[in-house]
Design a binder for this molecule. Structure first.
Ligand SMILES: [Zn+2]
Length: 314
């Protein structure tokens, strides 16, 4: 597939025009209130295009520093930027946001060798005799996303340039389910394999967190009209109340599912889809879509330029 750069440029420029139009219509805002960054945090994540850091955390421009590279790894340049963020912008936290299904995990170094130019090979292999080891060091490929996060957190912690009061935290993102997993959740799993095995239960826990979130925010996110229906759905799930997520058995799960089926709605809250390729369960959480009637208010602001009459030439 050969896409002309002109076409790419065209869509980028058109995208920018669309953004400008949305600013005029007040659907988007380019205004930043207060000192940047709003949150004293720097997020280091992978360059994987599926990760939209601002979207997954619902951040706005100006909210946080984001650094990206292949595999969210600690490098000299990451250190350079981190030091600027710490000393010039007073950030207090660094988050290493790794993700599942990372391309750096699949990187086949031997295949890559055939594609590298001579000068690239020369550059990578310059200081060592074991070329494969040099390749590994250069590309910083890894075999385990969970361990990689831990390793990068350690590298930050061990860097003497980073002040000791800066907190370094690991997090994991799953591009398939869009869930982010906290440091505490990751600590329970020593590697990717353990995490993948426990994924069904992990997502189950997330579902409860989401239900709690909906319960506590119901007024603002749902609106009163549909509240009862949602409450009914949550009540039906009361089986969960006294059971720690890890202890939910297949049987209890099916009881919950049976109960859910009693609700006359096409969208089940629990919906287990096993991903054939990864063997893990995704789409575990399927929250019913809540329709809120929208009143369309056109927000077009037309700026009429003030036309000054030219002074008549005397
Ligand atoms: Zn990645």
């Amino acid at each position: 597939m050969n896409v002309k750069f002109e076409d790419i440029e065209q869509s980028l420029v058109e995208g920018n025009k669309q953004y400008q139009w949305k600013i005029i219509q007040e659907e988007e805002s380019n205004q930043i209130d207060g000192k940047i960054p709003i949150y004293p945090v720097l997020i280091l994540t992978c360059m994987d295009p599926r990760i939209d850091v601002y979207r997954i955390f619902q951040l706005k421009p100006g909210d946080a520093f984001v650094l990206r590279n292949a595999g969210n790894v600690y490098t000299e340049d990451v250190l350079r930027s981190a030091l600027v963020a710490i000393h010039k912008y007073n950030i207090q936290y660094i988050v290493v946001l790794g993700h599942l299904d990372c391309g750096m995990k699949k990187l086949r170094l031997h295949d890559l060798t055939n594609k590298l130019t001579d000068s690239a090979i020369k550059k990578i292999g310059k200081s060592g005799t074991n070329f494969y080891l040099e390749l590994l060091k250069f590309f910083k490929a890894f075999v385990d996303e969970i361990k990689n996060i831990e390793n990068q957190v350690h590298k930050f912690r061990n860097a003497r340039e980073i002040p000791t009061d800066i907190k370094i935290i690991g997090m994991l993102y799953d591009p398939n389910t869009s869930w982010v997993f906290r440091n505490e959740e990751l600590k329970l799993y020593s590697n990717y394999e353990d995490f993948a095995k426990g994924y069904r239960n992990i997502l189950q826990t997330k579902k409860y967190e989401l239900i709690d979130y909906i319960e506590s925010h119901q007024d603002e996110i749902i609106g009163e009209g549909v509240l009862q229906d949602v409450e009914r759905r949550i009540d039906i799930d009361e089986n969960r109340k006294n059971i720690p997520p890890t202890e939910i058995t297949k049987n209890q799960e099916s009881i919950i599912n049976d109960k859910l089926e009693e609700i006359p709605n096409e969208t089940p809250i629990l919906n287990f889809n096993k991903n054939v390729s990864t063997g893990v369960y995704s789409n575990l959480i399927s929250i019913p879509k809540i329709k809120i009637p929208k009143i369309f208010v056109p927000k077009i602001k037309v700026h009429v330029p003030v036309i000054y009459k030219k002074n008549e030439i005397k």
